[in-house]
Design a protein around this ligand. Structure first.
Ligand code: ZN
Length: 156
């Protein structure tokens, strides 16, 4: 496995639309493994392939014991509203309050080519939405109603 470089805001790759994965090749599996290693090192909860410079529709999410590898993920239903703070490994030292659905259901393909549907609530729903936005070149700061520096965030 290898640690990958996480691109930062300002890199135009983060603003591009990622292409679907048509075939799950050994390269895709290596990318997934490397993304897990990179996310663990960065102590984040989600990472999208464009953040490591690969414009493919792949995200990983790791919240506690819940770990997802999502290939070609799509939000197929959403309900409710939440407005909570988000951060992004590609936008260091900033937090922002973002309006998101409270629940989302995501359909995706796993590394074995099987299709799954998973419902996320709260933090998990926010994370799914945030990571899927990366696949369309959208950063949470585009949607944030307010942003905060680490000093300000304690009062936010
Ligand atoms: Zn992000």
């Amino acid at each position: 496995m290898a640690l990958l470089n996480i691109l930062k805001e300002g890199d135009e790759t983060l603003r591009k639309k990622s292409r679907p994965v048509e075939e799950i090749t050994p390269r895709i599996l290596t990318l997934l493994d490397d993304m897990h290693e990179t996310l663990a090192k960065a102590e984040g909860i989600g990472l999208a392939a464009p953040q490591v410079g690969i414009l493919r529709r792949i995200v990983i999410v790791e919240i506690g014991d819940d770990k997802y590898e999502m290939i070609n993920p799509e939000i197929i239903s959403r309900r409710g509203v939440q407005k909570e703070l988000e951060a992004c490994l590609s936008v260091p030292d900033l937090y922002g309050r973002v309006k998101r659905p409270k629940f989302v259901k995501v359909r995706y393909t796993d590394r074995n080519g099987e299709t799954h549907e998973v419902e996320g609530e709260g933090l998990k729903a926010r994370c799914f939405c945030h990571e899927l936005d990366h696949l369309d070149g959208v950063l949470y700061i585009d949607r944030a109603e307010e942003t905060f520096t680490p000093d300000e965030v304690e009062d936010a």
